[in-house]
Structures are given as structure tokens and as C-alpha cells.
Ligand binder design. Structure first.
Ligand code: ADP
Length: 504
């Protein structure tokens, strides 16, 4: 198969830039696509060429297959990298690329078909001998049938959208009384989000860990795993912080899960980078949850501890090269990634789009910031509000936490609100530091992570801040000139006004 010379990156933001960086290092030219809202975006500036593809809503731009293919042809791109999200798990797009003679950097359409719908994936995995979360392998036609099944496997259960993703279309149901309304809302949410209201049932696992295995395969059937990522720090079933190695995995469990993940990938003739997600219960039994047939948001932590460039491996696999390694490398050290969002934790994590007026990005030893923004950029409100992924490496987990904290303390974003303070609180929480946190960790500790104090402590805090304010005012009164509006030494601005400004 010929070498890839020019890659169209059918995505935006940090992941588009991430892919382009590797292309540049491999001597491959890059083509960006952008919507009206992304005219001045960083991925457009990073690419060698950029093409406009439509209005801000992704349905009218980044998701329009014909337009993306048209740009690929016009620009002379011989391959398309889809990033994650958008068209990355769309089997019909893979087929359209094939038809147009353009290499899709990702798995074959057949593997996507086999893993796309959760129910089909579960049935395929059962056939392959992979343990799945107990539950049904078919959506239910009526509420009555679903209710009977729920009673049979026992509450609590999870209603899940067969076509689900991104934590949507999922409802935990505690008892029979709640069933009917949960059924109705899960169905309507599934229809709204995925255009498909098929809903099935899984047993709800109490306090599980989300541990996923990175897999990789070439076109010749060589399939390996690249160890795990612990992704149990979740909010609304969405990952916030990821790390590797998982603090709960023994080398034996890693080897066992790795073996099963490879079996899962082989069962669908997988090629390229993929992730097999598992839930691990309190007894350390593990169950297949789903497979993501693409590069994962949290891939940098795997890159840190394996020393591999997963995007380069994806490109080489798409070119038809053999895998350069035939077994999982032993993890070297520890890596943690935190997702930095333009959102306001104090307003129920509402997205906080807008113009970034000032930006200081952390650096220093073993710190990596995969960002999609720059000072002066207006974060659009049409897309995912993640503005960067900050990841770090250190020899041990404790040092990695300290390094992540240090890096977060350097991060300054002005003009929009971010979750940086929340991330600091998360990394400092004793449960996280202790290393045995399950998927209920963030929900259970919401108040502590939001800085909501114990009422007894808030009285002490109030007194302390009163003393602090009194001392500060005393100090200011001594240093500020007594004559009002003298403006001395402040470039003509009243020192009172200056003092007020400094307080902001
Ligand atoms: P999505 O595809 O929407 O991301 P997943 O099936 O991957 O959904 O599940 C996302 C998260 O939801 C899991 O990591 C876990 O925290 C929770 N979850 C999903 N299914 C179950 C279950 N049966 N029991 C307990 N938690 C679950």
C-alpha cells in the first residue's frame, strides 16, 4: 500500500491539532476543515491548508460527509483522519471513503458495524466468549416486556439506549415503582440524542470501576493491547480525569483483561487503534461495557507510559505496515490527564463559551497540554466545551498527582470560566489520593469538591476571613497616600481606584 502523503483531519479543536502534530513529524501535509464558528480556530492555523465546510452547527458542517469528501478530493488528500466524535464511528462514512478511493485512518466499516450498537456488540461479545455486564442483548418492544425482564434480573437496573454514547440515554432504576417513568424518559432521550429509541436493560453494578484497555491491530491479524486506563472519575457518566496504570490493577488482572480485550478485537477483525471498556466490580470481576472504534480522548496517558505515538501507529497501520511490537510494553511510571472545560462548576457545570482574554499554559518537566485555544480566541458555543487536556508523567503515582497539581496551579485562563479549581479539588481529595475511587466518587463528593464547607467549619472560615480583611485594610491604610486622587506613581490613576482594580 502506498505511503500517505496528505491527511485531511475531519475534526476541530485539540484533537485536530494533536493529529496534525504527528503528521508534521512524519512529513505528511495536513488539510483542515472549518465551520463558520471556527474561521480563526487554532486547528485552521496549524494545518497546511484549510477549507470552509459550512455553518456552525456540526450537522451542517463537520458531519456533512459529501462536503468532507469533496474537500479531500479538491485538496488532493489521500487519507482522512476522523479524530474522535463527529464522523469517527460512522460506518457509512468509512464506506464512502473507500468508494472515493481515500484511506480512512481507522478500523474497517465491518468492525464498526459489529461494535456500533450496544446490543449488537454485547451479542457479538457473548458469542466470542467475552464476559459482558449481565443484561439483555436485544432492545425491548414494549414497556411490559422490559418491566418483566427487570424484575427477573432484579433491581437496581440500568436502562440504556442501544445507540447510546456520551453518557446519554441512560437511567438507573431502583424499583418497580420508578420503572414506567424511567422507561419513558430513557426512550425519549434516546430518540432525541441518537434518532433511535431502542432501549435495553443491564444489571446496575454497584460502585464499579471503569477500566478500559487500549488495543491495537495491524492488517495482518496481529493484535496487541497497550495496557489500561482507569477512568472512574466521572460526572454524569462522562470522564473527567484518567490515569494509567490503574491503581486497582494487579499485573495478573492487567494480563487477564488485556487478553480478553485482544479476544474482543480479534472477534470483529479489528484494525488500528481501539478501546475495549470494562466495568470492574468490587470483587474485581470484569465485564465488557462497549468498544470505542477510534482514538480515545484520553490516549495521551497511554502514550506517556508506553513511549508510543498512537496517531503515528494509526497512520502506519492504515498504510499497511506491520505492528512494530508484538506484546504490551510494561508500563513505565505513571500518567494522569485532566480535562479542562470552559464550564462553570458553580452553575451546575454550565458551558461558559466566550472570548479568552488571557491564557498562561503550564509547562516544565513532563507536562503536556493538548489545547485547542489561544488568547483572543472565542470559544464557540456550538461544540464540546473541552478546551484542553492537561497530562503529566512522573515515576510514581504520588509524584504524578503532585505534578498535575503544580501544572494546574500554573494554568491561568481569563475571560471565560473553567473547571480548573474543581480539578484541583478532585486531585486533592483523599479518596482520589488513596487510589480506590469508583464511578460514584464525584457524585458522592460533590459538595466537598465544590468547596461547600461543613457548616461548623464555615463559621471558622468567616471569622478567619474577617481577621484577614481587617489586617489587609490596616496594611493598605499605611501604604496608600492620604490625599485622595493624588495619582502619584500610578500613571495618573487614583491609588484608591488602583487598589480596587488590584482586588478584582
Ligand atoms: P456511553 O457509551 O454513553 O459512554 P457506557 O456504556 O460507556 O455509555 O457507560 C458510561 C458509564 O456509565 C460507565 O463508565 C459507568 O460509569 C456507567 N455505567 C454504564 N453501565 C452501567 C451499569 N450497568 N452499571 C453501573 N454503571 C454503569
Amino acid at each position: 500500500m502506498p505511503k500517505i502523503r496528505k491527511v485531511l483531519v475531519a475534526n476541530r479543536g485539540e484533537i485536530a491539532i494533536r493529529v496534525m502534530r504527528t503528521c508534521k513529524e512524519l512529513g505528511i501535509s495536513t488539510v483542515a476543515v472549518y465551520s463558520e464558528a471556527d474561521r480563526s480556530a487554532l486547528h485552521v492555523r496549524t494545518a497546511d491548508q484549510a477549507y470552509f465546510v459550512g455553518p456552525p452547527p456540526s450537522r451542517e458542517s463537520y458531519l456533512v460527509q459529501e462536503r468532507i469528501l469533496e474537500v479531500a478530493k479538491k485538496s488532493g488528500a489521500d487519507a482522512i483522519h476522523p479524530g474522535y466524535g463527529f464522523l469517527s464511528e460512522n460506518a457509512s462514512f468509512v464506506r464512502a471513503c473507500e468508494k472515493a478511493g481515500i484511506t480512512f485512518i481507522g478500523p474497517p466499516a465491518s468492525a464498526m458495524d459489529a461494535m456500533g450498537e450496544k446490543t449488537r456488540a454485547r451479542a457479538n461479545m457473548i458469542k466470542a466468549g467475552v464476559p459482558v455486564v449481565p443484561g439483555s442483548t436485544e432492545p425491548f418492544a414494549t414497556e411490559g416486556e422490559a418491566r418483566d425482564y427487570a424484575q427477573k434480573i432484579g433491581f437496581p437496573i440500568m436502562l440504556k439506549a442501544a445507540g447510546g454514547g456520551g453518557g446519554k440515554g441512560m437511567r438507573r432504576v431502583e424499583s418497580l415503582q420508578e420503572f414506567e417513568s424511567a422507561w419513558r424518559s430513557a426512550k425519549s432521550e434516546a430518540l432525541n440524542a441518537f434518532g433511535n429509541d431502542a432501549v435495553y436493560i443491564e444489571k446496575y453494578l454497584e460502585k464499579p470501576h471503569h477500566v478500559e484497555i487500549q488495543v491495537f491491530a495491524d492488517q495482518y491479524g496481529n493484535t496487541i493491547h497497550l495496557n489500561e486506563r482507569e477512568c472512574s472519575a466521572q460526572r454524569r457518566h462522562q470522564k473527567v480525569v484518567e490515569e494509567t496504570p490503574s491503581p486497582i490493577l494487579t499485573p495478573e488482572l492487567r494480563a487477564k483483561m488485556g487478553e480478553v480485550a485482544v479476544k474482543a478485537a480479534k472477534a470483529v477483525n479489528y484494525v488500528g487503534a481501539g478501546t475495549v471498556e470494562f466495568l470492574v466490580d468490587v470483587h474485581r470481576n470484569f465485564y465488557f461495557l462497549e468498544m470505542n472504534t477510534r482514538l480515545q480522548v484520553e490516549h495521551p496517558v497511554t502514550e506517556w507510559v508506553t513511549g508510543l505515538d498512537l496517531v503515528a501507529l494509526q497512520i502506519r497501520a492504515a498504510e499497511g505496515e506491520k505492528l512494530p511490537l508484538l506484546e504490551a510494553p510494561t508500563p513505565n511510571g505513571h500518567s494522569i490527564e485532566v480535562r479542562v472545560y470552559a464550564e462553570d462548576p458553580s452553575r451546575n457545570f454550565m458551558p461558559s463559551p466566550g472570548k479568552i482574554t488571557y491564557l498562561r499554559v503550564p509547562g516544565g518537566p513532563n507536562v503536556r497540554d493538548d489545547s485547542g485555544v489561544f488568547p483572543g480566541f472565542t470559544v464557540p458555543n456550538f461544540y464540546d466545551p473541552m478546551i484542553s487536556k492537561l497530562s503529566v508523567w512522573a515515576p510514581t503515582r504520588a509524584e504524578a498527582i503532585a505534578r498535575a497539581q503544580r501544572a494546574l496551579s500554573e494554568y491561568v485562563v481569563k475571560g471565560i470560566t473553567t473547571n480548573i479549581r474543581y480539578l484541583k479539588a478532585l486531585l486533592a481529595h483523599p479518596e482520589f489520593v488513596g487510589g480506590d475511587y469508583d464511578t460514584s466518587f464525584l457524585t458522592r463528593n460533590h459538595d466537598a469538591l465544590m468547596g461547600v464547607e461543613d457548616p461548623r467549619l464555615s463559621e471558622v472560615a468567616l471569622l478567619a476571613s474577617a481577621v484577614y480583611a481587617y489586617n489587609r485594610d490596616q496594611k493598605r491604610a499605611k501604604t496608600l497616600p492620604s490625599a485622595q486622587g493624588s495619582g502619584a506613581g500610578t500613571g495618573g490613576v487614583s491609588p484608591w481606584r488602583q487598589a480596587l482594580r488590584n482586588r478584582r
